[in-house]
Design a protein around this ligand. Structure first.
Ligand SMILES: CCCCCCCC/C=C\CCCCCCCC(=O)SCCNC(=O)CCNC(=O)[C@H](O)C(C)(C)COP(=O)(O)OP(=O)(O)OC[C@H]1O[C@@H](n2cnc3c(N)ncnc32)[C@H](O)[C@@H]1OP(=O)(O)O
Length: 203
């Protein structure tokens, strides 16, 4: 993995603004009811914009890098990356022991009618648990993730995702976490095993 020094902050700000606008385009697309001829016209407009963006392109998303304030960031990450339209983007904070993120899903994330796709919840928990591993002082890849879906996850509602370290054995780190309503009602809970690849330790 390459960690690059940040360059071009104003360009990054512009890239993040574009990503946010694309999120809004995705939301609008999922909910639009405009007539068919308007759909066809918009499709042509979007295709033209896509071609303009592809005129100069990277092979991989924005990398891990140090922001000007010295913090590590990953603007291309599918869950947290502000420069990745796929990301919510999730903002994960830590008190030094556990991690926490406030989030709200959108209609775009629907699985069963009226609630969030279980794979989307699992993706969020995978990331939150991964950051809990980092806060515990380790780093690893998800080896296994066990998810219990207690209640349907609504979209358009403020939620809280949390994660915490439970135990460590050699290169294996176990963590647990949940997604809950702001009143504490647990909707989804997960346990994860993260393994630090031997190569990361130079073994
Ligand atoms: C330079 C470092 C810089 C770090 C910077 C960090 C910044 C962080 C910032 C922000 C946090 C981001 C947070 C991200 C969160 C999202 C994470 C993901 O989505 S990860 C993508 C999905 N996961 C994969 O793609 C893994 C694919 N699998 C693998 O690569 C390997 O299988 C891996 C690494 C999991 C294990 O490979 P092996 O070769 O190290 O494994 P072996 O040596 O055989 O096993 C080691 C021990 O682990 C157990 N183990 C391995 N896999 C297991 C499994 N699936 N289930 C149970 N145990 C397993 C084994 O039984 C063994 O245990 P025994 O030492 O003998 O007790």
């Amino acid at each position: 993995m390459t960690i690059e020094a940040a360059t071009g902050e104003s360009r990054i700000t512009a890239l993040c603004a574009l990503s946010q606008q694309v999120r809004e385009l995705m939301d609008a697309t999922a909910l639009t009811d405009v007539p068919e001829d308007e759909l066809e016209a918009i499709t042509a407009d979007v295709a033209a914009l896509t071609a303009r963006l592809r005129a100069v392109a990277r092979e991989t998303p924005q990398p891990f890098e140090f922001a000007p304030d010295g913090t590590l960031r990953h603007l291309g990450n599918a869950v947290t990356g502000a420069a990745n339209p796929h990301a919510l983007p999730l903002v994960v904070t830590s008190d030094g022991e556990s991690v926490r993120a406030e989030l709200s899903f959108r209609p775009l994330h629907e699985g069963p009618p009226g609630s969030v796709h279980g794979g989307i919840s699992a993706m969020i928990l995978d990331h939150v648990l991964g950051q809990a591993v980092v806060v515990a002082g380790f780093a690893g890849m998800t080896a296994s993730l066990s998810v219990n879906y207690r209640k349907p996850v609504p979209y358009g509602v403020p939620l809280v995702a949390t994660g915490a370290f439970t135990r460590k054995e050699g290169r294996k780190t176990w963590v647990e976490g949940r997604i809950a309503l702001t009143d504490g009602t647990v909707l989804v809970e997960a346990t994860g095993l993260f393994v630090t690849p031997a190569a990361w330790l130079g073994e």
